[in-house]
Design a protein around this ligand. Sequence first.
Ligand code: CIR
Length: 253
Amino acid sequence: MPIAITRKVSPALAQCELTHLERQSIDLSLAVTQHHQYTHALTNLGCAVLHLPAEPTLPDSVFVEDTAIVLDELAIITRPGALSRRPETASIAQALAPYRRLAYIEAPGLVDGGDVLRLEKTLYVGLSTRSNQPAIAQMQHILAPFGYTVQGVAVDGCLHLKSAVTQVGPQTLLVNPRWVDVELFGDWQVIEIDPSEPYGANALWVQGAVIYPTSYPRTEQRLRAAGIPVVTVDASELIKAEGAVTCCSLLVM
Ligand code: CIR
């Protein structure tokens, strides 16, 4: 049974980092309810959900994906690109330690887990404002013995690589072609987001289904038309914080 590590919404969520979005008022209690529904969706799909306590002084700490890269052989604790997010990693390292050997990204390396898309034995790393080449070099060094390749990818217009592309099936990707070069993923079947829903490329593929925000109904229809089982969750408040669905869990398979 996969374990999904999650962390409750911080009461400071309104002070979150924002890069491409204007600050809007966030309904905290709705955010908490929506996060609850998200963890329920994970449970219903057969994940064992680990709920870490809320971190009152760390606004973005619900977005646990950015703090680690969990692979079968080990987990890499990241060094998040935003200074305000660096203190999030210590408690995640503690939570992951029973399940995986840990490696660490060190200065000057910077990487957010949201920039790391693993497809089979290749890790694509978005060269966003949060992740850099020294982190890629460190990841290559850590992962070469396990047969992984690590490749930097240009992203343009979005926060993370996984804002632009996520896996939604054994051979299928969901992509916003305006933010990442689709040609990089030549061997994969590609579903493009509906152009009116630019933030719709982030879906969480787990247990043969995808957890997907209700905010992008046109793209949801494209997923369903491709035969992909979709479980929708309302994530409106987390989306205002520039988060989505992959970012709220760390899957330990
Ligand atoms: C941030 O800017 O770091 C947060 N407000 C949002 C992080 C979302 N993370 C993700 O999609 N992996």
